[in-house]
Design a protein around this ligand. Structure first.
Ligand SMILES: NC(=O)c1ccc[n+]([C@@H]2O[C@H](COP(=O)([O-])OP(=O)(O)OC[C@H]3O[C@@H](n4cnc5c(N)ncnc54)[C@H](OP(=O)(O)O)[C@@H]3O)[C@@H](O)[C@H]2O)c1
Length: 306
């Protein structure tokens, strides 16, 4: 495993992080035993950043149990507040997460989404207070675009931004990533496999079970889905030429940028986690990067939201 700086005080984390949205059963069924074995397989293989959220219920409670037997001490545990970003709301969310996770503190506490209904300076000061109280070692934001970061950073020097970044949605390459690099804000890239579109597994006509969020996402239906399947097929050919899987290429490609500290990958089995590991060592020639650019030229982040 490789490690990169996440926090400007020099604290490093593994370049691959485990995203635990699927552990809550939101991408199809997941039993507790599998959730535990995924978590422990990740930590045993050197992944130390584990990301969860209040909104991923019951991921936090499952994770709390999976992190017993000494696993908690071996990881950098991150969670997020959702919904009410008033100081009182954030304090209550923090207590909820600590209770669910059965821990006294987390390593990183994040605000899940920007919401201008709550003044950014008050949200930041509430997070700072949680740090002073020892409930979180560091604090950060998630899905903040440039203007949200600028408004918040003026109030407090938050440590990280968790942002969607994958081959099909590159909108944060301008604005967000340069700002983070300039201010030493650690970047956690989420949805790196575009929730499965960048695995090459799904073919046109595939239907997801109703308890899988993808059954309800327009990008997994109709012409948009067909477009992405076509893009994934071309990328898969290139990955095969490199002797790696598309999954490994999609993750490794994000790490080509030094601004990215950690790629948060979701997994449904320990086997999937083991496939992710080699992505930490993937490198690209200039020619390969050009070929990827040419394939991605015909797609856009805006389409991803459709
Ligand atoms: N802050 C935010 O708003 C936000 C939003 C989204 C995600 N996140 C974070 O980022 C993490 C990652 O995103 P995500 O889990 O939504 O999506 P993702 O990492 O893009 O995709 C994960 C899914 O891809 C499939 N997959 C994973 N490894 C695979 C492999 N080796 N081979 C084949 N298929 C594989 C699995 O589903 P199947 O096997 O069922 O296809 C898995 O559930 C989340 O868990 C969460 O921690 C944060």
């Amino acid at each position: 495993m490789k490690y990169r700086q996440l926090i400007r005080d020099g604290t490093q984390v593994s370049v691959l992080g485990l995203g635990t949205w699927p552990l809550g059963g939101h991408m199809g069924q997941m039993d507790e035993r599998t959730a535990t074995s995924i978590t422990r397989a990740a930590i045993d293989s050197g992944i130390n950043l584990i990301d969860t959220a209040q909104a991923y219920h019951p991921s936090e409670t499952r994770l709390g149990r999976a992190l017993k037997d000494g696993y908690r001490e071996r990881c950098f545990l991150a969670s997020k507040a959702i919904g009410d970003y008033s100081p009182a709301g954030i304090r209550a969310a923090m207590e909820d997460s600590l209770r669910n996770l059965e821990v006294d503190f987390v390593d990183l506490y994040q605000v899940h989404h920007p919401d201008p209904a709550y003044p950014f300076d008050q949200t930041m000061h509430a997070l700072e207070r949680l740090q002073e109280q020892g409930k979180t070692r560091y604090f950060g934001v998630s899905n903040y675009d440039l203007e949200h970061m600028q408004a918040s950073f003026a109030a407090a020097h938050f440590h990280t931004n968790q942002t969607r970044y994958n081959m099909l949605d590159r909108r944060r390459e301008a604005g967000v990533l340069p700002f983070c690099q300039q201010h030493e804000i650690g970047v956690l890239a989420h949805s790196p496999l575009a929730k499965g579109l960048l695995t090459g597994r799904y073919r046109v006509g595939h239907s997801f079970p109703d308890d899988d969020e993808r059954a309800h996402l327009p990008r997994f239906r109709g012409a948009t889905f067909a477009h992405y399947v076509g893009v994934a097929d071309q990328l898969q050919e290139l990955a095969a030429d490199k002797g790696i899987s598309l999954v490994q290429m999609a993750i490794g490609w994000l790490l080509r940028l030094p601004a990215v500290s950690c790629v948060l990958v979701g997994a449904k089995s320990p086997k999937q986690v083991s496939e992710h590991l080699a992505a930490a060592d993937v490198t690209f020639t200039a020619d390969e990067l050009e070929r990827i650019e040419a394939i991605l030229e015909n797609t856009s982040g805006e389409l991803y939201d459709s």
